[in-house]
Design a protein around this ligand. Structure first.
Ligand SMILES: *[C@@H]1O[C@H](CO)[C@@H](O)[C@H](O)[C@H]1NC(C)=O
Ligand SMILES: *[C@@H]1O[C@H](CO)[C@@H](O)[C@H](O)[C@H]1NC(C)=O
Ligand SMILES: *[C@@H]1O[C@H](CO)[C@@H](O)[C@H](O)[C@H]1NC(C)=O
Ligand SMILES: *[C@@H]1O[C@H](CO)[C@@H](O)[C@H](O)[C@H]1NC(C)=O
Length: 633
């Protein structure tokens, strides 16, 4: 009896304390310790000198669940962590962040057919908040004195949930230096990449008080099923010091993006791109698609980034010009051979829904146009529309140029945006050829677009579904944003940045308007969705106020004469035999310089007086916006 009891005890001990666990913690300090609660404290070692990952393998730990915590320079985390039985290594934990992994709520859309992306991979897996650490003397200089010319930084390390990856001599450039939290663009290479991606930007939505618009927009379009740049919120540090909470994202006109978004396999996380990839165009204000082969400067805003010349683009505009969208067979063939209408419709629905004034529909700006060689032939070239740059959305930056109706703007119907002459400023194009052709030219196409629009509202862009997801971002990122505003940034823009949002603005911006921004984020979505509800007599899950029987849905007008169906964009029909056109755009001087639109808001904002922001139309809850602080002006 005693013997067997002793045997039992020895067995128990040897089984119960036989586990080795590797602990990994990202921490910023000089002394990092681990405490196994009720047991012992251990010093952890820096994995690489100068970098913030500390680790240690501890033997003879209990096989059952046990508790532990970390200390940095003697200060303990204010919670205990649990090491579950069976775990032999932790994820890359972050000092003071209780939940290392926390899946965010997701947007769901039933008609997602985009199966060509490599997917999020660990790089854009937002159940984790990655840390990016820059290291070295050049790094120190760059963060204090950001340069637009390329600088090579000594070392950059990415910490993902269960892996890390370091790169040396990393080329970076800085942009938006009129904000303390300037933008960083990083060029790794085809061979030195993170899960196939090698062009990454670190951005701060300078004019967006939530700093989440790019991430929200990116996640919505990803769930809709269209080629979309991925974004994730990350912490950026340099030489052990804080730089900011940034949106890390791809660039649509980069080879890195095209290769992984068009030729990826999410199951194997591998890619199979053509070499070289197809023609890639960077489109800025004025970019439209009329057929003007004799005036190459018309195509200046469509800048060739990858490829030889613009001949395939011109061929596209010619095919577009000749397309009779009333002929179903012809349209179907065009869709197969020349242009992806489904993803274009989704992109336009999103531009309209978010008031994306710096995009194609409102301003012929900010998109990429890509020709996919795998779907092209010797004489037909399949193009895709790719939207990018999504910080000026949900009401941000909507100036008088785009918005002539003030607070009512989210109530404006998309039907007022068809077959218009635009030319909102000297650089803006006159038409929206793609919109007029693929949405407005026939009732069938308009219905198809409208059905997409309605479906997005019913599934995603309504106050219930939107808030469910975005609130999970708010909760997850609140401590990160608090951190982001808690330290002095290494760089200070001398003349004072404008606007200069703070932590309080972040807290308010979801529900309430701010000076210079007439709508809270949720308020924007509600107004837009409600207007669409009344226009088409639709509702959504959880809608507390569905339309009643008196609701009369908008009806797509039937064309009165046959001619109106085909001639929405009237380019001059001078017969130009294609064979005689010399398509050598490189010989044509393209001198037009396209200004960036992003200063427009700052300029406009700067010159506003507080009285300009009092609301002129009746709003339900508030009578005025909160008074602006003096320092803002
Ligand atoms: C991807 O979608 C296309 C078109 O929807 C389909 O033809 C193809 O088989 C799909 N590929 C895979 C791997 O599922
Ligand atoms: C962007 O960065 C600046 C600091 O440079 C900050 O004032 C502004 O509030 C930031 N925006 C957000 C939303 O973080
Ligand atoms: C060519 O296009 C540019 C840009 O659209 C325009 O300003 C110019 O007037 C055009 N030239 C001719 C000869 O049509
Ligand atoms: C366009 O196609 C429709 C339907 O096939 C046809 O009735 C119409 O005549 C065509 N228009 C032109 C200009 O060819």
């Amino acid at each position: 009896m005693l013997k067997s009891l002793l045997l039992f005890i020895t067995l128990f001990i040897s089984v119960a304390y036989s586990r080795s666990v590797t602990f990994k913690i990202l921490a910023f300090g000089t002394k990092v310790q681990l405490e196994i609660i009720g047991y012992k404290k251990y010093n952890l070692k820096q994995a690489v000198a100068g970098d913030p990952l500390y680790s240690g393998k501890i033997n003879s730990l209990p096989d059952t669940d046990f508790e532990y915590t970390y200390y940095v320079d003697g200060v303990k985390e204010n919670f205990n962590r649990v090491c579950k039985s069976g775990v032999t290594t932790t994820l890359n934990e972050f000092f003071g962040r209780e939940e290392t992994l926390k899946p965010l709520e997701t947007f769901n859309y039933p008609d997602n057919h985009w199966n060509r992306s490599i997917g999020k991979t660990t790089v854009f897996d937002d159940s984790y908040i990655p840390t990016v650490h820059f290291y070295g003397t050049e790094t120190e200089k760059f963060f204090h004195n950001p340069t637009s010319t390329t600088t090579k930084l000594e070392r950059v390390t990415f910490y993902f949930k269960d892996s890390k990856k370091s790169f040396s001599k990393v080329p970076v450039t800085a942009k938006n230096k009129d904000f303390d939290k300037f933008q960083i663009k990083m060029k790794l290479s085809k061979t030195a990449n993170v899960k196939g991606r090698y062009l990454l930007k670190f951005r701060n939505g300078s004019e967006d008080p939530t700093n989440l618009r790019q991430t929200i927009y990116g996640n919505i379009i990803d769930s809709l099923g269209m080629p979309s740049i991925h974004s994730i919120m990350v912490r950026v540090y340099y030489n052990g010091k804080p730089a900011g909470f940034y949106t890390m994202q791809e660039e649509a006109i980069s080879e890195s993006f095209i290769r992984t978004e068009f030729y990826g396999n999410p199951e194997t996380e591998t890619i199979d791109p053509p070499e070289p990839i197809g023609d890639t165009f960077d489109c800025s204000t004025g970019a439209d698609f009329e057929y003007k082969p004799l005036n190459m400067s018309y195509y200046d805003p469509i800048a060739l980034k990858i490829g030889k010349d613009k001949s395939k683009l011109i061929a596209f505009t010619q095919a577009l010009d000749q397309l009779n969208t009333s002929n179903e067979a012809e349209l179907e063939e065009f869709e197969k051979k020349w242009f992806d209408i489904e993803t274009f419709h989704k992109a336009m629905a999103m531009e309209y829904l978010t008031g994306d004034w710096d995009g194609y529909w409102y301003f012929t700006s900010n998109f990429a146009f890509y020709e996919d060689p795998k779907q092209s032939t010797d004489s037909t070239y399949k193009f895709y529309f790719i939207t990018q740059d999504h910080d000026e959305t949900f009401g941000v930056g909507l100036t008088d140029v785009t918005n002539t109706v003030g607070y009512e703007f989210p109530k404006v119907s998309y039907t007022t945006m068809l077959n218009q002459i635009w030319h909102k400023d000297p650089f803006d194009a006159e038409h929206r050829t793609l919109v007029d052709k693929f949405i407005a030219s026939t009732p069938a196409l308009q219905k198809r677009f409208q059905d997409t629009l309605i479906s997005i509202v019913q599934n995603i862009f309504n106050p219930v579904a939107f808030k469910r997801v975005v609130n999970s971002y708010y909760e997850r990122y609140l401590p990160e944003v608090e951190w982001d505003y808690s330290f002095q940034r290494p760089y200070k823009y001398k003349r004072g940045q404008n606007p200069n949002w703070g932590y309080d603005d972040f807290l308010k911006a979801f529900d309430s308007p701010l000076t210079g921004l007439q709508w809270g984020l949720y308020e924007w979505v509600s107004l837009r969705a409600e207007a669409i509800k009344n226009e088409f007599c639709i509702t959504w899950e959880g809608d507390e106020n569905p339309p009643d029987e008196s609701c009369v849905p908008y009806e797509i007008p039937e064309p009165t004469t046959t001619t109106t169906t085909t001639t929405t964009t009237t380019t001059t029909t001078v017969e130009v035999p294609t064979t005689t056109i010399e398509l050598e755009p490189t010989n044509v001087p393209t001198t037009k310089s396209i200004p960036t639109q992003r200063h427009r808001f700052a300029e406009w904002f700067k010159n506003k007086k507080p009285s300009d922001f009092t609301v002129k139309t009746k709003r339900s809850k508030r009578s005025t916006l909160h008074p602006p602080e003096k320092s803002r002006f």
